[in-house]
Design a binder for this molecule. Structure first.
Ligand SMILES: Cc1ncc(COP(=O)(O)O)c(C=O)c1O
Length: 399
């Protein structure tokens, strides 16, 4: 607008650059994807706006329905998982809930593995029944149990492998051959492994999802989720279900995950290396009765771990001989490890699943899936491993 001198408030709101259409455009080749911290995007014309809304033309117009920083993350995750398309969400729970609601309707059924992140279990036993979606949880370490549970109402099978917190595994390839035969979708929560160590889609799953809050972000500073799957399914999810349910990721969080992905391989290697040493230390400790870590030969599914995963990751569960009281003392005595939930951070985190992350399980359910009173979960971080072992050793002495 050349004919008028605009007022201070107008320039403050619109910015001089956007109002001056004649400004020279200098190409920007930022190495780091810019954060498009914008809720809305201007149309070039009313016609273009209408065409975008009608789905006749691609274009960003509102961040709940798409944003360039989100797209950069979604494309990169799809590539790393070996899938056609990706969708980033506000949290891992938003990813799980939105995806399942898109696949199953009222009156239909989900078959799920019985050992799951506590929040996922709560969604399955509390919220989905209110929507008239039944979830049957079975011991999926035997794929036959899944086959037996699938009936004509079943739309999808949901598994988490390795499972939180006991590191129980599910044979993805074996389950995928069942779901293919039965014509139902297979969804795998791949949070513990990340695409660096496990690619469910290559093993026959239809969707892989993550709490990106964990290893993908990696620094304990963001909450987010990601789904990767077939292009048509992801498109429908984005255009209908994520649009309506609204659990989108913020551009800033998408950028944090893009940054996290750059160091994912080196972090995963170091998490695994540290965890392997700690798992061995715990295995020989007189106050520990049992250790669950996929790369230990004592893990009941060691062969499957080696076949299905390219590395163990940083999660360990162990059982103390002194039960809950011993666990309480241990957790109150650590000085380098941090008493906190969540996982996949640079810091080593220690917590008690039965009273913390998995308190939504009833006592009977906890017993059934092996989350005992003495079970402690460790998310091994990137500190010097000798310091971590020193810390655990001194804390064990106080039990
Ligand atoms: C395996 C797994 N899946 C999903 C979730 C849920 O993710 P979020 O906390 O990002 O919603 C978690 C959280 O701990 C998890 O451990």
């Amino acid at each position: 607008m050349k004919e008028r001198k605009l007022g201070f408030a107008t320039i403050a709101v619109h910015g001089k650059k956007r109002l001056d259409k004649h400004e020279t455009q200098i190409p920007i080749r930022a190495l780091s994807t810019p954060i498009f911290q914008s809720s809305t995007f201007a149309f070039e014309s009313a016609e273009q706006g209408a065409a975008i809304f009608a789905g006749e033309q691609e274009g960003y117009y509102y961040t709940r329905l798409g944003n360039p920083t989100q797209t950069a993350l979604e494309n990169e995750m799809a590539f790393l998982e070996g899938g056609e398309a990706g969708l980033a969400t506000a949290s891992g729970m938003a990813a799980t809930a939105t995806l399942i609601i898109s696949l199953a309707r009222s009156g239909e059924k989900v078959v799920a593995s019985d050992t799951l992140y506590g929040g996922t279990h709560q969604l399955f036993v509390n919220t989905f029944p209110r929507l008239n979606i039944e979830v049957q949880e079975v011991d999926a370490s035997d794929p036959q149990n899944i086959e037996r549970a699938i009936d004509e109402r079943t739309r999808l099978v949901f598994i988490e492998t390795p499972a939180n917190p006991t590191l129980k595994l599910v044979d993805i390839e074996a389950v995928a051959s069942i779901t293919r035969k039965q014509g139902v979708a297979l969804v795998v929560d791949n949070t513990f492994c990340t695409p660096y160590y496990q690619n469910p889609l290559e093993l026959g799953a239809d969707y892989s999802l993550h709490s990106a809050t964990k290893y993908i972000g990696g620094h304990g500073d963001t909450v987010a989720g990601i789904i990767v799957g077939p292009a048509d399914g992801i498109k429908q999810l984005k255009k209908e279900f994520l649009r309506d349910l609204g659990g989108v990721i913020s551009p800033f969080n998408a950028w944090l995950l893009l940054r996290g992905l750059k160091t994912l391989p080196v972090r995963m290697e170091k998490h695994s290396e540290n965890a392997m040493e700690i798992a061995q230390f715990l295995s020989f400790h007189p106050k520990v009765s049992r250790v669950w870590f996929p790369w230990l030969r004592t893990h009941p599914q060691y062969e499957l771990a080696k076949r299905q995963m390219r590395g163990p990751g940083g999660m360990i569960a162990f059982e103390l001989k002194g039960g809950r009281e011993a666990g309480r003392k241990l957790m109150n005595s650590v000085e380098v490890c941090v008493l906190a939930v969540s996982l996949g951070d640079v810091d080593t985190l220690i917590q008690h699943p039965a009273t913390m992350t998995h308190c939504g399980y009833t006592p009977e359910e906890l017993e059934e899936v092996g989350i005992t009173e003495g079970l402690v979960r460790l998310s091994v971080g990137l500190e010097d491993v000798d310091d971590l072992i020193y810390d655990l050793r001194q804390a064990m002495k106080r039990i």
